[in-house]
Design a protein around this ligand. Structure first.
Ligand code: ADP
Ligand code: NI
Length: 213
């Protein structure tokens, strides 16, 4: 049974995310898993928990459910319970899903484990670099946001509520979140991967402002 759980989770997630926004779709999940497997080559952790948490982490992102932060963990938990998956491991996976989000980092770190550190790093890596740039503008487009508005400056002192309700131009998101992620990485190999992606974003922003200002 447990051998199949990863394949079953894949199918479940693909089905749930069939109509997702391009930055939070199945391919985001697949990239996060690939990032996590790369980190796992040098970090010790339970790979089954890491992989399942990656697969289930964005099953129902609260951004797309009117801010409801319970639907995602509840759906993931129901799935694992229905499959008869180990109770302790299920609890661990649900804790990871609950605590890994950037917006929850405003509340301070409330839960940590080796597996959590890896999954969170893997998700953060997909928010930066070339793919991070693509996702930010795709999300902004999906929400009907402006790309750039020189009259609206980034707010670098966001709290959770302000961050969630922000309607600012997509370019501001780089200063409000994406450029902060490198310093927040948990694992050594995650940080090394983040550094290169971070430099690429900085280069991109230099070029962007040289064109528009
Ligand atoms: P998490 O999934 O860790 O809670 P977010 O939901 O804040 O993090 O963001 C996930 C991704 O969605 C970001 O990395 C970015 O690509 C996109 N995104 C979220 N908020 C914005 C925004 N205000 N402008 C542009 N992109 C955004
Ligand atoms: Ni994610």
């Amino acid at each position: 049974m447990e051998k199949n759980i990863i394949a079953k989770a894949e199918n479940f997630v693909k089905h749930e995310l069939a109509n997702a926004e391009g930055g939070h779709d199945w391919w985001h999940i697949e990239r996060v898993r690939i990032n996590a497997l790369r980190i796992l080559k040098t970090e010790k952790a339970d790979s089954q928990i890491v992989e399942l948490a990656c697969l289930l982490h964005d099953i129902a992102d609260s951004k797309f459910y009117n801010g409801d932060e319970e639907i995602g963990p509840a759906k993931a938990e129901n799935f694992l319970k229905q499959e008869g998956f180990d109770d302790e491991k299920t609890k661990h996976i649900i804790k990871i899903i609950r605590h890994m989000s950037f917006k929850n980092s405003f509340d301070g770190k409330k839960f940590t484990s080796d597996e959590m550190d890896i999954v969170q790093d893997a998700d953060r890596l997909d928010a930066i670099g070339a793919i991070g740039i693509a996702r930010a503008f795709n999300y902004g487009g999906h929400k009907g946001r402006e790309i750039y508005n020189p009259g609206i400056k980034p707010d670098e002192k966001l709290n959770k509520e302000k961050y969630k309700n922000s309607k600012s131009p997509s370019i501001n998101h780089f200063y409000e979140k994406l450029l902060l992620l490198k310093e927040m990485m948990n694992t050594k190999s995650g940080r090394t991967m983040a550094e290169q992606r971070h430099e690429f974003m900085k280069l991109y922003l230099e070029q962007f402002f040289s064109e528009v200002e």
